[in-house]
Write a protein that binds this ligand. Structure first.
Ligand code: RB5
Length: 144
């Protein structure tokens, strides 16, 4: 089976960082599906978070990357969907433990709060770190 893509999406506040992260994913050889937004017009982050969550739940993407101004609103939106574990990460330690302990399937980044190099590092760590399982599996199962 072909490798399922990484879905990425942002609101207007996250657009410039999203573009950089799309380039980063391409450099990593990851297939990407970009769900927008694609222009500077103001959009509502809940709509963007919902669209990305649906892409994962429907199996169209393996994991997701969300960007808004802070990473907070868009992660809240995605986490309202059963099966989505979106982690708002501000450094690589957050990204590492989000995978090791929480089996996060979405990383949420803040374009206004996290520098682009840190955001790119977070993305790489998120994609390259596995879930530890064991006692963490039981806890993740309780998230539903
Ligand atoms: C948009 O102005 C901003 O509120 C949004 O990008 C995000 O930061 C919300 O959490």
């Amino acid at each position: 089976m072909a490798q399922r893509p990484i879905a990425i999406a942002s609101d207007h506040a996250g657009l410039d960082l999203k573009k950089l992260l799309v380039e980063e994913l391409a450099a990593m050889g990851e297939p990407v599906v970009d769900l927008g937004t694609s222009g500077p017009e103001s959009v509502d982050y809940p709509d963007i978070g919902d669209a990305l969550a649906r892409a994962i739940i429907e199996g169209k993407a393996a994991r997701g990357v969300l960007v808004c101004g802070t990473g907070i609103g868009i992660s809240i939106a995605a986490n309202r969907h059963k099966g989505i574990r979106a982690a708002h990460c501000r450094d690589t330690t957050d990204a590492r433990f989000a995978r090791l302990h929480n089996d996060a399937n979405v990383i949420a980044l803040g374009a206004r709060t996290t520098g682009s190099e840190v955001a790119k590092d977070c993305l790489r760590v998120f994609l390259n770190t596995g879930f530890e399982g064991g006692r963490h599996q039981r806890r993740v199962d309780k998230l539903g």
